[in-house]
Design a protein around this ligand. Structure first.
Ligand code: NAD
Length: 703
């Protein structure tokens, strides 16, 4: 039997789940377990049955790739299998080690006995995918753990170490020794003592004052669930366990599960889950590409990004040589790093001893010779090609052969930087987001010459630092900032048309964006864009780079740092206040350009700004900058505050319908005064819309 090993050991049938990496309960494994039960039942030499997992543990749960496919419901589905286990005439003992999550835990709950060991990880994490445990978990777990403890696990999706549950009725035996031996011992006891099979479904659930408890639970969950329906549905399902007979409770759980499965929020969360797994697959780079050893890293520049990057590295236990040109800059950088850890110390998520351990991993230096033995060097110096040239030439001179040279540049051409060295194949972009120790996104920029093993090593390093890495080819702004430019332009168009900054921000925040574009502008500082536009205007005479923000900057309004930008701020506060002076500046700006303002609705603001993102995203795929639409979604979800329950801009486009978006873009492109080139729908968008296709299903020509 594939996926399952069947042995009989000393009168016990042992069914070993063997479906790496986590024994997910796909159709083949489910069928194999059922077949194994039948074989054990027919074997007169087997008095009881042990279900145990090989490798990573018991089981990580359902196979999410099966969701929405015929395999998920094909016989035996998970619920049928669990019912068969529960009704099995011979006792079934679950041996729980390693992961025991989701459907895996539900299967264990269907067994007659459970034996555990320390280190096993217990969870019903379905809520994190916008679902609830749909194979009896909400009915059986409360019968073993009690309503409150079970509800907490189900609503939060948290993982508990089995040790914490060792004294609960979840476990009939708990061993500090070998799991297999302990399960076999227990099975022998079941046989010798003729222990009756215990079906969890037969346990009565007593819950005094259930109504008041669930009312309280509903209120608390509602307050934190935000736009997600799943947590409240979890409460309803557990409530059903206390209100109804077991089978009616199962039916209610099923109804709630099905509704969630069809909800856009769950579809989005499942998309994100799969997107994260897909992102590590790189075109042209086989999974088994050998990695370069990274035992020590150098960071050049101890400013905002160098400091945050250093923290990410030492948090992951990697020693860092931190280089600056001046002692005072180095001291400032180290002091900032220490200060940034204060919050964690105050919150108690870090103690002095582990902070000292981390800081001890940093070797500050002013001398390039110290970098000789590093495996990777990440440059985070000023954003100037001349400075990058100086740094990369020096790195090329001192770094050992095979060392990886990474640049944190946001907007400079990586291929040009790579050519400052005699080893462009070793050069890569690692575009962190600020604050680099907090933000999970990392754009891994693949230069024209970047070697496969350099890319593969960078992706592994990202994982070590707990980052979500997305590969981008070289272009102006890479994936995220290239799209952001179009989004910002669309928001600016809305101001020109008649909206005010707070109206645009409110519309996009209501859509779910963490922060509207004008609030973000004030936070980042308006002077940066102003300087950039002035540079561009000098570079491309005759092209119009003007922006209302120029008028704000001319009035000394640089954003939060000057307590005035698109909004005004009270001293020491980051709370934006709509400012009549800004309205006056905008009105004057419109008048100078002969624009008569019109009514702009929140729906129009959202459509234009988000469709602008989608259109640029489509071009980014078309140009081969991103490998797949779901990578773009990850960039927007993890770096730009796009709401997870909408799955990212490209997934949102799929849900909205590409045809609808293409038609809207076509209309905007031909409006008087419109930037026709920018608004014309991307060819890929038109093509997919015409075929009734989605970005998610599009595999691209190169894949
Ligand atoms: P920053 O001004 O805060 O820090 C730059 C540091 O580099 C300074 O401490 C400076 O003393 C040091 N430095 C300058 N020349 C040097 C040299 N020759 N050798 C060693 N050190 C040198 O700048 P930052 O915001 O940290 O940006 C650094 C890089 O990261 C830039 O390329 C920038 O585009 C990129 N980046 C910035 C952000 C952001 O939000 N700030 C985000 C992503 C990427």
């Amino acid at each position: 039997m594939d996926k399952l090993q069947f042995t009989v050991e000393g009168g016990i049938a042992v069914l070993t789940l063997d479906n790496p990496p986590v024994n997910s309960l796909g159709l083949e494994l489910r069928a194999a377990i059922l077949e194994g039960l039948g074989r054990a039942n027919a074997d007169s030499g087997a008095g009881a049955i042990v279900l145990i997992g090989s490798g990573a543990g018991f089981s990580g749960g359902a196979d999410i790739r099966e969701f929405g496919t015929p395999k998920a419901v094909a016989y035996p589905n998970l619920r049928t299998l669990i019912a068969e286990v529960e009704d099995n005439p011979k006792a079934v003992i679950a041996a729980i080690g390693g992961v025991c999550m989701g459907g895996g835990l539900e299967l264990a709950l269907g067994c007659h006995f459970r034996v555990g060991v320390p280190g096993a990880r217990i969870a019903l994490p379905e809520v994190k995918l916008g679902l609830l445990p749909g194979a009896g978990g909400t009915q059986r777990l409360p019968r073993l753990l009690g309503v409150e403890a079970a509800l907490n696990l189900i609503v939060s999706g948290t993982t508990l170490p089995a040790e914490q549950l060792r004294d609960t009725p979840l476990f009939d035996a708990f061993s500090d020794g070998d799991l297999r031996a302990a399960a076999l011992d227990f099975a022998r006891r079941v046989i010798s003592e003729k222990l009756p099979r215990k079906r969890v479904r037969d346990l009565t659930l007593n819950m005094p004052a259930a109504e008041a408890f669930f009312q309280f639970a509903r209120n608390s969950v509602k307050a934190v669930a935000g736009p997600y329906p799943a947590p409240l549905a979890c409460v309803e399902a557990v409530a059903a366990a206390t209100e109804m007979p077991f089978d009616a409770g199962l039916k209610r759980e099923r109804e709630l599960f099905t509704t969630l499965m069809l909800s856009p929020e769950s579809a989005a969360l499942r998309h994100v889950f799969q997107a994260e797994r897909a992102a590590s697959k790189i075109q042209g780079v086989p999974d088994d590409t050998p990695l370069r050893p990274i035992r020590k890293v150098a960071v050049i520049g101890a400013g905002t990004m160098g400091g945050g990057t250093t923290m990410s590295l030492i948090n992951a236990g990697l020693p860092v040589v931190l280089l600056e040109t001046q002692q005072d800059a180095l001291d400032r950088g180290l002091a900032n790093i220490r200060r940034n850890y204060q919050g964690a110390l105050r919150k108690g998520t870090l103690n002095e001893a582990s902070l000292a351990q981390r800081l001890a991993l940093i070797t500050p230096t002013l001398d390039y010779a110290t970098l000789r033995d590093v495996g990777l060097c990440i440059e985070a110096v000023f954003e100037s090609m001349d400075v990058k040239r100086q740094v990369f030439e020096q790195l090329d001179a001192v770094l050992q052969p095979g060392a990886i040279l990474a640049s944190n540049t946001s907007a400079l051409n990586l291929d040009q930087i790579a050519n400052f060295t005699r080893r462009p194949q070793d050069v890569i972009g690692l575009h962190f987001f600020s604050p680099a120790n907090v933000m999970r996104l990392l754009e891994v920029v693949r230069g024209a010459a970047t070697a496969m093993d350099v890319l593969a090593t960078a992706m592994r390093l990202a994982k070590t630092m707990n980052k979500i890495a997305v590969v981008s080819a070289v272009c102006d702004g890479f994936i995220g900032n290239r799209m952001l430019a179009r989004y910002g332009a669309a928001a600016h168009d809305m101001i020109m048309a008649g909206a005010l900054p707070h109206q645009v921000d409110a519309a996009l925040q209501d859509f779910g964006m963490a922060m509207g574009p004008f609030r973000v502008g004030d936070l980042a500082g308006l002077d940066i864009g102003w300087a950039l536009r002035k540079r561009r205007a000098a570079e491309f005479p005759g092209k119009d780079f003007s922006n209302v923000a120029d008028a704000l900057c001319e009035a000394g309004r640089f954003g939060q740092k000057t307590s005035a930008g698109w909004y005004c701020y009270e001293a020491g506060s980051r709370n934006p206040i709509a400012d009549p002076k800004v309205t006056a500046i905008i009105e004057q700006y419109r008048r100078q350009r002969g624009i008569t303002p019109r009514e702009v609705s929140p729906a129009e603001i959202v459509a234009r700004c988000i469709y602008a993102l989608v259109n640029e995203g489509a071009r980014i795929i078309e140009d081969g900058i991103a490998q797949r639409a779901s990578d773009i979604d990850l960039v927007y979800l993890n770096g730009y505050g796009f709401p997870a329950y909408r799955g990212g801009p490209m997934f949102f486009a799929d849900q909205t319908g590409l045809n609808k978006i293409a038609r809207a873009l076509q209309r905007i492109a031909v409006e008087p005064g419109s930037d026709t080139g920018a608004w014309t729908p991307a060819l890929l968008l038109i093509r997919l819309a015409g075929q009734g296709q989605t970005f998610s299903a599009y595999k691209g020509s190169a894949q």
